[in-house]
Ligand binder design. Structure first.
Ligand code: FMN
Length: 352
């Protein structure tokens, strides 16, 4: 943790978590933090689905949900950034409070429920960024999902693809947030086939065809995981993000907070999400790029995700506990670990 952030953290943690998040977005939007370049080291540079990544550590969805601070967030040195989740119509999400820090466990529980400005409001921000983007920037993906009250889920995803395919470096299809009733049931074989087929058909008719990454939950039965792997292979899905927050609770969490409903993220999620990642790597036979997400705080954590099968890694909760520039430290430490073990690139270490 940077010394300055270590000093400031107790003060920041006095502020209500959602308010602190809003302040962070505002600060990044107005450029109050120095903008740093991602670390440049040939061992970290990697290419996945036709995209060039300066390093493999990205920001996971949920931090810049409304695409308000794209340049500021990229200025924290991430190798890539995922915006959203964005849903077609504006919706306010669940009642507050809906975000809980668990500092004893370096964890967060959230039940935002897709508070989203909606596609119409977010699209011009996204378009303005991509239209003015200098060449060779870190990739920016867009995470899409459905409105809570939508009767026809596939239609919502089609709307998301149609709106954002012309811009996004990749699209992430979120069927795994625990805070929208019924959403995770879309991971079941029949429903998932319908949704993914509709998405692929919509992409085929769009003006650009960005890669599609499916974001799944870490809470899966073996059978479900096999179904998802088979379907993604059959439909040639470009990547799988493993994964979202968990609805499970470890006994080590403080009981008063563990009882809050919502998705748990941060350190307690690391083992579960890395196990599911390794299973997915085995089930997809290494044929689909995987994005490892869940509980990554250090270079060693990121390295473990890569060796379990990840081509790329995402973080969110670590930024809350370790500070805004944590991705740079993780990437530098990862570079040292790759070199220590004789790997010339991230790609060489995947699944090893
Ligand atoms: C406050 C918060 C909000 C989130 N919102 C979203 C979201 O809108 N869409 C999504 O796909 N994942 C969302 N996530 C899940 C993260 O993208 C990530 O999958 C999860 O937090 C695990 O990574 P971590 O342990 O590094 O935080 C959210 C996570 C947190 C902590």
């Amino acid at each position: 943790m940077s010394c300055l952030y270590k000093t400031l953290r107790p003060l920041l943690f006095q502020i209500d978590p959602e308010r602190a998040h809003e302040l962070a977005i505002m600060g990044l939007r107005w450029g109050t933090l120095p903008r740093l370049k991602p670390p440049e080291d040939p061992v970290l540079q990697t290419r996945v689905c036709g995209m060039n990544f300066p390093h493999p550590i990205g920001l996971a969805a949920g931090f810049d949900k409304q695409a308000r601070a794209i340049k500021g967030v990229l200025g924290l040195g991430f190798g890539f950034v995922e915006l959203g989740t964005i849903v077609p119509k504006p919706q306010t999400g669940n009642p507050k409070p809906r975000l809980f820090r668990i500092p004893e466990s370096d964890a967060i529980i959230n039940r935002f429920g897709f508070n989203s400005d909606g596609q119409e409001a977010v699209l011009p921000r996204v378009a303005a960024y991509f239209n003015g983007r200098p060449h060779c920037k870190a990739p920016v993906g867009i995470n899409i999902s459905k409105n809570k009250d939508s009767a026809e889920s596939a239609d919502d995803y089609i709307q998301g693809v149609t709106a954002f395919a012309p811009y996004a470096d990749y699209l992430a299809v979120n069927v795994s947030s625990p805070n929208t009733p019924g959403l995770r049931a879309l991971q079941n074989r029949g429903a998932l086939k319908e949704i993914l087929s509709a998405i692929l058909a919509a992409r085929a008719t769009a003006s650009r065809q960005p890669p599609i990454f499916l974001k799944i939950a870490p809470d899966q039965t073996d059978e479900n995981l096999q179904d998802i792997a088979d379907l993604c292979l059959a439909l040639r899905i470009d990547g799988i993000i493993v994964g979202n927050t968990t609805v499970s609770r470890l006994s080590t969490l403080p009981p008063a907070l563990a009882k809050e409903t919502g998705g748990l993220s941060g350190r307690p999620l690391f083992d579960l999400s890395t196990r599911v990642l390794a299973d997915m790597y085995r089930l997809t036979k290494g044929k689909i790029p995987l994005i490892g997400c869940g509980g990554v705080f250090t270079g060693a954590d990121a390295y473990a995700k890569i060796r379990a099968g990840a081509s790329l890694v995402q973080i969110y909760t670590a930024m809350i506990y370790e500070g805004p520039y944590v991705a740079i430290r993780i990437a530098q430490d990862l570079a040292a670990l790759l070199k220590r073990d004789g790997f010339a690139s991230v790609a060489e270490a995947i699944g090893k």
